[in-house]
Design a protein around this ligand. Structure first.
Ligand code: GLU
Length: 280
């Protein structure tokens, strides 16, 4: 028997949802419903400095306005820190993490000083400064200085060998090296988007990750973490981003109208949802 499809919408409550979120939520919702599957909601609120309770309430209001329902109580990442801590210690036990004591300013200075700084999807790659610390230096600084934990991507790949994920029926080779040694536990949070999302997609039994193509590159890291943590790999469907009529990307920082403001203006959600579905 084919396994049941389980998809999710996983917004971060750091602002109001806009049309792009509605498009993505609908795509994930419809993928599950069309297959007679389950649609789940996860509130990605690990960043307590940027997440706001009023935005959580706004997510519930906006999704209800769109007519979307989900099948289990929503998962709040802020309540799941022990699970991310466990995953982090499992990765430490594999010897694929190292503590990083660098500040942003130190990294920027080092990148500027090196004549050649390779870039990844999110900017210059970490130059590897703390990977080269001696065990004694590392031990001394660990008890004293604030630190993040970085993935030693080469050490990790040496353990897992080559990896792929499936995007529809295409096999995509995972190439996490494009991100360099990413941070898996931030100094201030003890976890990261990459670690939490990978742990939770597995914990929620997600079979199909439906999300915007802006997160395609993140999947290289997620696939590696799945292999290291012995977690299943969902199917991925990265959809094109909804663009404004002038072709610009819709994003809250570019002043895209929020769903709340559209609701206040009396936009009919049934027509809106039909329009969004027609743009797939
Ligand atoms: N929380 C992420 C965001 O709002 C999305 C996570 C995901 O779909 O993997 O951008």
């Amino acid at each position: 028997m084919a396994q049941i499809v389980i998809s999710r919408f996983a917004p971060s409550p750091t602002g109001r949802l806009h049309l792009g979120h509605a498009f993505s939520a609908l795509a994930a919702h419809d993928a599950a419903r069309a297959a007679g599957g389950r649609f789940l909601l996860r509130i990605e609120d690990i960043d307590t400095t940027r997440s706001r309770p009023e935005h959580v309430a706004g997510i519930f209001d906006d999704l209800a306005w769109l007519g979307l329902t989900w099948d289990e109580p929503p998962l709040f990442q802020s309540q799941r820190m022990p699970l991310y801590g466990k995953a982090l210690s499992d990765l430490k036990a594999l010897g694929v993490l190292y503590p990083c004591f660098c500040t942003r300013a130190e990294i920027a200075a080092e990148v500027a000083a090196s004549g050649f700084a390779p870039h990844g999807p999110d900017g210059p790659l970490y130059p590897g400064t703390c990977r080269a610390l001696t065990p004694d230096d590392r031990a001394a600084r660990l008890s004293r200085d604030a630190h993040s934990w970085r993935l030693d991507v080469d050490a990790a790949l040496a353990l897992t060998g080559p990896l792929v994920w499936h995007e529809g029926d295409r096999a995509i080779p995972a190439d996490p090296r494009i991100h360099g040694d990413v941070v898996l536990a931030r100094k201030d949070l003890g976890t990261s988007y990459h670690l939490s999302v990978t742990v939770d997609d597995a914990a929620q039994g997600i079979t199909d990750v439906v999300r915007g193509v802006d997160l395609f590159d993140a999947t290289h890291v997620h696939r590696l973490l799945q292999a290291l943590l012995n977690l299943p790999t969902p199917l991925y469907h990265h959809h094109p981003l909804l663009t404004a009529p002038d072709g610009a990307r819709l994003a809250k920082r570019h002043g895209a109208p929020s769903l709340a403001s559209m609701r206040a203006e009396g936009v009919d959600p049934v027509t809106l949802v039909a329009d969004l579905r027609a743009r797939r």
